[in-house]
Design a protein around this ligand. Structure first.
Ligand code: PMP
Ligand code: GLN
Length: 386
């Protein structure tokens, strides 16, 4: 019997999020690691899902997504970004952004192609790029500014470049790339003629009065960008796994061909509820930002006096901290010690880069109830406080 597994996946461990959450449970730690809110999203959205489960069809919805959701996505893109999207041909509903990313990469990458990844890179990108037979090219951002530099990006582009994977707002570093940086990316992309998979799952979590601007809205990018969204992030319902791709019809057609054999469809009641949710009043979206921003500020204010160098978080629900003043351990060792000895779980950043990483950085998730953030801080204060 030959049970030799697929080489790409056999080489992988378990994701750092699962590892740290398991360790947190084992040690009864306050879990500020894996990114998920500890309260569920809007009750009215959940009520629509519950009602649809009982009253609407529970059979396969259309392969590209419920028409009501595709229409809601098109209205959402027009309302927030002034984008004109064809709900029938320019939108695809997937089972989470994770599936959207995988389907988008698989749809366009051939063996021998090159794909540019921006490091630190969310951990689901690289294995799929490798499995597609492409060669990854890494553009590593440097703390604390994490800027996208034109000369460094330009140096990675070759005639074989097929795809760039961008993530803004950026997990784990919390950057929202500026108009200038995105304009530069657009210019190089159009000049060299490749595609961008733009992971914008935190599009509604951007702080300090700034607004998210999707890459697809930049000149020339409408025909070469796959914009990826996640209801899990927008509605604090991460278990739902409803993702959405917005792109030119010719691109969506190809991604749909992969989607039909990855998952084919996504639970119809959840799609109906997300369709409802995307139409919620501005107060909901503004409230999400205000809520998360207050939590960011609460956690930063508590961490800084303990010796953590808190890097700016412009978006997402993550804060990155340099702990070099507190320890010379590598980030995985330090993060494990925090769980075991302090009772606080975080995420080390080294799993998001290939090879070595000289920095001492860990990520805290602040999408937690205030009392939970305070308990985490109290534990850290008892351990590191003077
Ligand atoms: N991309 C990024 C940057 C994320 O943080 C997440 C959250 N897990 C995902 C994609 C996947 O989203 P989903 O849970 O909708 O699959
Ligand atoms: N995106 C979440 C995070 O960054 C985790 C998702 C997962 O556990 N797969 O923490």
């Amino acid at each position: 019997m030959n049970i030799i597994p697929n080489a790409t996946f056999a080489a992988l461990g378990t994701t750092v999020f699962t590892v740290m959450s398991a360790l947190a449970n084992e040690h009864n730690a306050v879990n500020l690691g894996q990114g998920f809110p500890d309260t569920d999203g809007p009750e009215d959205v959940r009520a629509v899902a519950a009602r649809a489960l009982m009253e609407a069809s529970n059979q396969y919805p259309p392969m590209r997504g419920l028409p009501a959701l595709r229409q809601a996505v098109a209205r959402h893109e027009a309302r927030f970004y002034g984008l004109e999207v064809d709900p029938d041909r320019g939108v695809l509903v997937t089972s989470g952004a994770t599936e959207a990313l995988t389907a988008s990469i698989m749809a366009f990458v051939n063996p021998g192609d090159e794909v540019i990844l921006i490091e630190p890179a969310y951990d689901s990108y690289l294995p799929i790029v490798r499995q597609a037979g492409a060669t990854p090219r890494f553009l590593r951002l440097e703390p604390p500014r994490w800027r996208l530099e034109e000369d460094r990006l330009a140096a990675l582009i070759t005639p074989k470049t097929k795809l760039l994977i961008l993530n803004t707002p950026h997990n784990p570093v919390g950057r929202v790339f500026s108009e200038e940086e995105l304009e530069m990316v657009s210019r190089l992309t159009c000049h060299h003629g490749f595609l961008v998979v733009s992971d914008e799952v935190y599009e509604h979590i951007v702080f300090d009065g700034k607004r998210h601007r999707p890459l697809i809205t930049f000149p020339g990018m409408g025909e070469r960008t796959l914009k990826i969204a996640s209801a899990g992030k927008t509605f604090s319902l991460t278990g739902w796994k409803v993702g959405m791709v917005t792109a030119a019809p010719a691109l969506i057609d190809q991604v749909a061909k992969v989607h039909q054999f990855l998952t084919f469809t996504t639970p119809p009641n959840l799609q109906a509820a997300v369709a409802y949710g995307l139409g919620k009043e501005d107060a909901y979206f503004d409230g999400l930002i205000a809520d998360m921003q207050a939590k960011r500020d609460r956690l930063s204010a508590g961490l800084a006096p303990l010796g953590f160098n808190v890097l700016p978080s412009e978006g997402t629900y993550f804060l990155t901290c340099d702990y070099a003043k507190l320890s010379s351990e590598d980030d995985v060792t330090f993060a494990k010690r925090l769980v075991v000895e302090v009772g606080v779980a975080t995420i080390p950043l080294s799993p998001f880069v290939e090879g070595g990483w000289p920095h001492r950085l860990i990520r805290f998730c602040f999408a937690k109830q205030d009392a939970v953030l305070e308990e985490g801080l109290a534990r850290l204060r008892r351990y590191f406080g003077t």
